[in-house]
Design a protein around this ligand. Structure first.
Ligand code: C5J
Length: 228
């Protein structure tokens, strides 16, 4: 067992039964000129975590951990997007509309792609999710169960929306969850901080938080011989 100096107390995990889940590091949310910034959001807190998420991916891959990437995305005919989701928000630019990087939150469009620097590699799981949570209307739970995964590390954007929803869904399904606090971000820094506080309050009511450096301290890179 490895142990991370986490909040509210040490997080113990076995890398062989732990997966890293990177939530929605899509061009439309993160890049200047994408959907998020076209709505007037300041994307700088999101672009700022890209090197940390890249380092986290390298750490997880180096430790031989399973990696999962998610994208918030809909079918081109929007049949998986309820009106309650499609019609809310900014009437000038919504889901399915043509945005600066193609149709907003539609599978296969340029803006829906994961940032090239953080792109999935062979053997990693990619989940296209129509909701905010990674478990809703996806086969993520089944895929994790099939691989014997019991612990999840969360990163990505945005902390208070898709990261938090996914971590709560995971907690309700019995996973032991830790959010890597400097590898997730919000357009609203106050929401980022509040989310980290509420997820870990009351003795870790949803789970733990720790910075990447503490995870790296707990996860020295695997020796070559251990990779098999
Ligand atoms: C949002 C997300 N914020 N990935 N999506 O709508 O958090």
């Amino acid at each position: 067992m490895n142990s991370v100096a986490a909040h509210p107390y040490p997080y113990r995990f076995d890398p062989r039964s732990t997966a890293l889940v990177v939530i929605d590091m899509q061009r439309d949310f993160v890049e200047e000129g994408g959907f998020g910034s076209a709505l007037g959001n300041d994307v700088r807190p999101l672009t700022a975590i890209v090197p940390t998420v890249a380092a986290l991916l390298a750490t997880a891959r180096g430790a031989g951990m399973l990696v999962v990437h998610t994208r918030e995305s809909h079918l081109p005919d929007l049949s998986d997007c309820p009106p309650a989701k499609r019609l809310r928000g900014n009437p000038a630019l919504g889901i399915g509309d043509i945005g600066p990087m193609g149709r907003i939150l539609v599978r296969g469009e340029p803006g829906n792609q994961i940032l090239p620097l953080l792109a999935p590699v062979a053997g990693e799981i990619v989940i296209d999710k129509p909701g905010k949570g990674a478990f809703y209307a996806t086969d993520l739970h089944a895929q994790l169960q099939a691989r014997g995964i019991s612990h999840l590390l969360f990163a990505g954007v945005t902390t208070e929306v898709c990261v938090q929803t996914s971590m709560r869904e995971a907690n309700d399904r019995g996973y032991e969850c830790l959010v890597v606090e400097d590898a997730c971000a919000s357009y609203f820094p106050v929401f980022h901080q509040a989310t980290l506080a509420m997820l870990t309050a009351q003795g870790g009511i949803v789970g733990w938080k720790a910075p990447l450096a503490e995870l790296q301290r707990a996860l020295p890179p695997m020796n070559k011989g251990e990779a098999a």
